[in-house]
Design a protein around this ligand. Structure first.
Ligand SMILES: Nc1nc2c(ncn2[C@@H]2O[C@H](COP(=O)(O)OP(=O)(O)OP(=O)(O)O)[C@@H](O)[C@H]2O)c(=O)[nH]1
Ligand SMILES: [Mg+2]
Length: 265
């Protein structure tokens, strides 16, 4: 067969690969979100995803609130919808990791299921992610054009700002919202460098720091306060966050030997 034939096949396969590389998995970690999930899935179902193939993977930590029934009633209409119910585990970060591991496509997007993150921005995050030299996209409250509901008590606002400030030094380029839970990234990042060892809620920060990527961009979003269900933000979550930060600062700035000394005494 002629060289020309091989060239044509090669170009065709390259194009096919690029096309397939645009498909994405949406991971929704849930705990007691039955009151929000229908609304969120209907909004996702209404989106025009263009040529992208996608799936939605809900990872629920055995909430026992009827979410399974809601999801199975939708599955005949929404063939892209899957649910994983975890028994005996409860952690947002490990739920997200489980969702990523179960995902089919090369791009992953993670968002809260409490309607704080607008699903109408999903395609914008994915479009940014498919640009050359971008590995990680953040749906950002604090970048120009980003907004958030103003109903937080001042204590929560101060905690949020301080937590954000502490995290920015861990990332190699200036980022306004490194703690956002609305993120999209290439799955290849996940296995690139050090293994993930998250504590608590901030899985996006964990992936950003451990992968040491600087190919990051932000997309402005409106962050809405949750209308239904209870917040899981408790003192325990804040303590977990501080422990997580110490672990990440050690990873970034100290040798393995010194880190062991600090963490194990
Ligand atoms: N699977 C799983 N999902 C969780 C867990 N904790 C929280 N989530 C989900 O993670 C997302 C973010 O949690 P939220 O409780 O909204 O936390 P937050 O956004 O920091 O705080 P509020 O919006 O004020 O409640 C939501 O979709 C939760 O249902 C958990 O332990 N396991
Ligand atoms: Mg929330």
């Amino acid at each position: 067969m002629s060289l020309h034939f091989y060239k044509v096949i090669y170009c065709f396969l390259q194009k096919l690969k690029r096309f397939m590389d645009q498909n994405f998995s949406i991971i929704l970690p849930t705990f007691h979100e039955a009151k929000n999930i229908l609304n969120l899935l209907l909004r996702i179902g209404n989106l025009d995803m263009g040529s992208h193939k996608f799936e939605v993977i809900i990872v629920d930590d055995n909430s026992n609130d009827g979410i399974e029934t809601i999801v199975s009633s939708l599955q005949s209409e929404f063939s892209w919808l899957r649910i994983i119910i975890r028994q005996g585990q409860k952690s947002l970060s490990t739920a997200v990791i489980e969702g990523i591991k179960a995902s089919t496509y090369p791009l992953c997007l993670v968002m809260d299921a409490d309607l704080s993150h607008p699903p109408e921005k999903i395609l914008e995050l994915i479009t940014e992610l498919t640009k050359p030299n971008i590995d990680f996209v953040i749906g950002s409250r604090y970048i120009n054009g980003g907004t958030y509901d103003q109903q937080w008590p001042w204590v929560r606002r101060i905690i949020s700002k301080a937590a954000t400030k502490l995290a920015t030094h861990l990332i190699s380029i200036p980022i306004t919202d490194p703690l956002s839970g609305f993120i999209a990234f290439k799955k290849s990042l996940f296995t690139l460098n050090a293994p993930l060892r998250p504590i608590g809620f901030k899985i996006g920060l964990e992936i950003l720091v451990r992968s040491q990527s600087s190919r990051i961009t932000e997309v402005p979003i409106h962050f809405a306060d949750r209308k239904n269900g209870k917040s899981k933000l408790r003192l325990r979550i804040m303590v977990d966050y501080l422990l997580h930060l110490i672990r990440l600062y050690c990873f970034k700035y100290l040798s393995k030997k010194k880190t062991k000394k600090i963490l194990l005494g």
